[in-house]
Design a protein around this ligand. Structure first.
Ligand SMILES: NC(=O)c1ccc[n+]([C@@H]2O[C@H](COP(=O)([O-])OP(=O)(O)OC[C@H]3O[C@@H](n4cnc5c(N)ncnc54)[C@H](OP(=O)(O)O)[C@@H]3O)[C@@H](O)[C@H]2O)c1
Length: 282
């Protein structure tokens, strides 16, 4: 808040149970809506549930919130309550931090995304919207434990005319994920968006799984056991794997939402200063 020039603004947490009672979500939204001292909120785990419970209480949703039916940002403008889904923007900014323009045309790499929840969906939406074909992978394989998330992803993709070849696989067997990795071209990006290694123990691949040569392993988390990340780190030299974690994603996520709530544009210079401040607490 000091970096943003608003030191008087304090951050306060509101805890909800996973899949909380809709009335509890509505009470939280009501507090923000009617209390002039509550400026807005960043929503984590409850993005889909909160949207479903309180959709009618909002006066505006951005396009991404409408398409994904989730929201990560609650803010106010001229007395209106607004909901934004910032994840496609923040996942995109994070990916752009990792790869340079034209990456997919240069490498011919594909994307294997293990986990098809909110963050996977956000990454895919970002890629679908890239105007230059060189910035879109030829193929995006989404793997998820249950069918439901893949169906949601399929419905979302159907709303766009995309040339990315989509593959949807229901699987939670790490050996099958190893086989999928082995079949990827060089330069591909393998994402751990399952939460395994932080939210649940383990990794979606086995210790024997080989990353493609010259590939990128992107672990969406930055804390926890991070087994997937450690597996990838063991192949940095032997297979020239570049390993990225979720720290930049995290800093973009927070700065985009706080910027929306306070109506401050997060310029690259401001982001650099926020990133610096965040690094001191890492
Ligand atoms: N660094 C950051 O700022 C940042 C930002 C966003 C997310 N993340 C992290 O990224 C992870 C994913 O976030 P999210 O919002 O996408 O969560 P999410 O919506 O809960 O999605 C996780 C998905 O992974 C699936 N899954 C779990 N274990 C699996 C396995 N073994 N094989 C295949 N699929 C599996 C789940 O399937 P089911 O449908 O069966 O449950 C679920 O659909 C979380 O740990 C989160 O903390 C970090």
């Amino acid at each position: 808040m000091e970096v943003l020039g608003r030191p008087e603004v304090v951050l306060e947490g509101i805890d909800h149970k996973i899949h909380d009672d809709p009335a509890a979500y509505r009470a939280t939204v009501a507090q923000i809506k009617y209390d002039t001292n509550s400026l807005g909120a960043l929503v984590t785990t409850h993005k889909l549930d909160l949207f479903a419970a309180a959709e009618d209480m909002f006066d505006y949703f951005d396009r991404y919130a409408q398409v994904t039916r989730e929201l990560s940002s609650i803010s106010k403008r001229d007395g209106r309550l607004e909901g934004h889904a910032k994840d496609p923007i923040t996942a995109g900014l994070s990916l752009e931090h990792i790869i340079e323009p034209g990456y997919f045309a240069r490498t011919g790499g594909h994307i294997l995304c293990l986990g098809a929840g909110g963050s996977a969906l956000a990454t895919l939406l970002h890629l679908i919207h890239k105007p230059d074909k060189a910035d879109r992978p030829e193929r995006f394989i989404a793997v998820n434990r249950s069918e439901e998330r893949l169906t949601h992803m399929r419905h979302m993709v159907a709303q766009y005319d995309t040339d990315i070849n989509m593959e949807y696989l229901v699987n939670s067997d790490p050996r099958q994920n190893d086989a999928l990795m082995a079949a990827l071209p060089e330069g591909s990006i393998v994402i751990n968006a399952t939460g395994m290694g932080k939210d649940t123990p383990g990794s979606p691949i086995t210790d024997d799984g080989l990353f493609p040569l010259n590939s990128i392993a992107w672990e969406f988390n930055y804390r926890g056991e991070l087994d997937f990340m450690h597996q990838a780190q063991r192949q940095v030299e032997s297979r020239n794997v570049r390993v990225e974690d979720g720290w930049v994603y995290f800093v973009h996520g927070w700065s985009q939402v706080v910027g929306q709530v306070l109506h401050i544009e997060i310029t690259p210079e401001l982001f650099r200063r926020l990133d610096e401040a965040a690094a001191t607490t890492r």
